[in-house]
Design a binder for this molecule. Structure first.
Ligand code: BES
Ligand code: ZN
Length: 638
């Protein structure tokens, strides 16, 4: 433990905190608890190998966007003004990330006028894009870049009216994480750099634009205006435009969606306010103002994306029974882990995703009890073990990922999510909740609006937790979790009595001792169904048929159950499910499902299924998001 600076922080016991409090000063003083928190003065640095930005020399502090959303040409067209600060006073170069952007003019502010600035664009790298190097001299602190995006921009999906549910209006939505903000604007595209932003957008009549910011309405000139006053990394800049409707859940939380799914979404996500309260009670105030959810078209490639103030969600969560809302708990939890305290590079992605998966599970427990939280831990653990055994190399199963990782996609495996969460479960078990919960709260407070590394977290833990309980964990145990492969044997072994019962009846049915109709499924939750389906061995065709006839699994409307069933159907060659599987692949673009389904078809060892997968992909591909098109193309080509 080196060089620590003592600081006294005021922590807030959040009981009675109003929702969406904007600053800690809105809490009742009676709730104050004084605690001493030590922020180590030594900060660790891990270079971000996925950016060209010279962010050690100059940092962009604010971006002001002024853009036309042009659906005819499928481009964003306009300019961005970047305000920057020199960390090295003699820096005369600002290097930005760009990918597939057409740069038209670059100007910088000199005294009272804008003068043209010299710049170069490097040859494009297929992953990183082109470095844009601008000569900024020694005086300028603002740069304006006139540009337009490409219709092929990987971070933007432009849907024709026919591809939306309403069929009348086109749809645009963005997905900037991890490397796609640079396809939307010239930017220092690294999570190490945080900036505020504002925007003016012009969109066709009848469409509503939304951003990951405060929606400030239309100005006198007809621009839709937005502002994000909290500094965020570039991967959290987001935009969506469509004939979008809104329904409030309470005063500070609501849902945006196309009309067809608006009421169902508000109903499905009705417990979001309780989730926010649970989060706040554990980890301190929600610091972003409003929290809204936007339900996107089915081609959205993720379950959810934590765009600040406005999480983007897949419509596959709208199951009708609130069974899949852990994804809401997850995206909301990012308002603390990820958006407030951010990994400063993708090698430390577990600081975002592992912490968030941990917080998600704590919130699910607070709302729905231990049994549901445990079921989710067991399901997650099964998925993670598979991710560990599928890893391309052992280093990709470390929490601190290797410096020669090829693409940030390698950072977003269940290793970062679930091994990360399990490291925190391990710490929680060793220190006890009474010590660990306030510690995590103080961590979010200490590094709020900052970007940090794994080593910063470990240093903070040394100075604020391990110092008080020196015998709770050893250095070797921590090293095994963070810098070692696979799952350490100190991991918690989650169990669920409900799942044990499911497994016991499954065994009886598989052995032929009972019929499918005798399985005690009446009270099974989606989780129990998933455990049952995931645990099935390869069955006989008659057994698949019996299951399907008894429970109508083929074509089920719960996307998670459908996915689990189709994985079994591929494994066992159960062909009656294939037309519904095709329909699923044609309509759902959520990567978690379709990458594995295509992967299973490809790995089935059956040539007919491999050709079929290729044909389905060709037919479905125009409807997939550019990110999904690339990923599936790679899977089928491997
Ligand atoms: N930040 C991720 C989504 C993401 C990951 C975007 C990698 C770009 C690259 C988001 O918070 C997330 O993890 N979503 C999960 C849901 C969660 C419950 C595991 C998803 O999309 O399935
Ligand atoms: Zn996440």
């Amino acid at each position: 433990m080196t060089n620590v600076r003592l600081m006294s922080f005021t922590l807030f016991a959040a009981a009675g905190l109003t929702l969406a409090a904007c600053s800690p000063s809105t809490t009742a003083p009676a709730d104050k608890v004084e605690a001493e928190v030590v922020i180590p003065s030594e900060r660790f640095f891990t270079a971000d190998q996925f950016t060209y930005a010279n962010y050690q020399d100059v940092v962009v502090k604010h971006a002001a966007l002024d853009l036309d959303v042009d659906f005819d040409r499928k481009v964003l067209d306009g300019f961005v003004t970047l305000e920057f600060e020199r960390l090295k006073p003699d820096a005369q170069i600002l290097t930005l990330d760009t990918k597939d952007l057409t740069i038209k003019t670059v100007a910088m502010q000199m005294e009272d006028s804008w003068v043209l600035a010299e710049y170069t664009l490097s040859n494009p790298d297929p992953v990183l894009g082109s470095a844009m190097t601008v000569e900024i001299g020694t005086e300028a602190t603002e740069l304006r870049v006139y540009y337009e995006t490409s219709p092929k921009a990987e971070g933007l999906q432009w849907l024709a009216p026919a591809q939306t549910a309403g069929k009348e209006k086109p749809y645009l939505f963005s997905q900037a994480q991890a490397l796609y903000a640079r396809t939307m604007l010239p930017v220092q595209d690294t999570p190490a750099v945080r900036m505020t932003y504002d925007a003016k957008l012009r969109v066709p009549e009848g469409l509503l634009p939304l951003m990951s910011a405060s929606q400030d309405g239309k100005d006198a000139d007809g621009n839709w205006t937005f502002s994000m006053p909290q500094p965020i990394p570039s991967y959290l800049i987001a935009i969506a435009v469509d004939d979008i409707k809104f329904k409030a859940i309470n005063d500070t939380i609501g849902v945006y969606a196309e009309q067809y799914i608006l009421d169902a979404s508000a109903e499905e996500f009705a417990e979001t306010p309780q989730m926010e309260i649970a989060n706040t009670e554990l980890y301190g105030p929600y610091l972003w103002g409003r929290y809204d959810l936007l339900v996107l078209p089915p081609s959205f490639p993720y379950g959810g994306m934590e765009n600040p103030r406005l999480s983007f969600m897949t419509p596959t969560l709208i199951a009708g029974d609130k069974s899949l809302t852990n994804v809401v708990a997850h995206e909301l939890a990012h308002s603390w882990s990820g958006n407030l305290v951010t990994n400063s590079n993708w090698r430390d992605a577990w600081l975002n995703e592992g912490f968030t998966s941990y917080v998600e599970n704590r919130v699910m427990e607070a709302l729905y009890g231990k049994e549901r939280a445990m079921m989710e831990q067991v399901l997650d653990m099964e998925g993670m073990k598979r991710a560990i055994s599928d890893a391309k190399r052992p280093e990709l199963t470390h929490l601190k990922l290797p410096d020669d990782m090829e693409h940030p996609d390698d950072a977003f495996t269940l290793v970062s999510y679930i091994k990360g969460a399990n490291f925190l479960f391990f710490l929680e078990d060793r220190f006890g909740r009474a010590a660990f919960d306030p510690f995590l709260k103080s961590y979010f407070n200490a590094y709020a609006f900052d970007s940090i590394t794994t080593e910063d977290f470990l240093g903070f833990m040394d100075a604020n937790l391990r110092n008080k309980y020196p015998d709770a964990v050893t250095d070797a145990e921590i090293d095994a979790w963070v810098y070692g492969p696979g799952l350490p044997d100190t991991a918690r072994k989650p169990t669920s009595t409900a799942f044990d019962k499911v497994a016991a009846s499954s065994t009886k049915w598989v052995a032929g001792d009972i019929g499918a109709a005798d399985l005690p499924t009446t009270d099974w939750s989606t989780h129990e169904w998933l455990h049952f389906l995931n645990g099935l061995p390869e069955l006989t065709q008659a057994q698949y048929e019996e299951l399907d006839d008894t429970f109508s699994l083929t074509g089920t409307q719960n996307a998670e159950t459908a996915f689990a069933w189709y994985m079994q159907a591929i494994k066992g060659g159960y062909e009656p499910a294939y037309p519904a599987l095709e329909e699923f692949l044609m309509t759902v673009g959520r990567g978690k499902f379709i990458y594995r389904l295509y992967g299973a078809l490809k790995d089935s060892g059956r040539e007919d299924l491999q050709y079929w997968a290729q044909d389905v992909f060709e037919a479905a591909s125009p409807g997939y998001h550019p990110i999904a098109q690339r990923r599936i193309g790679d899977i089928l080509a491997e």
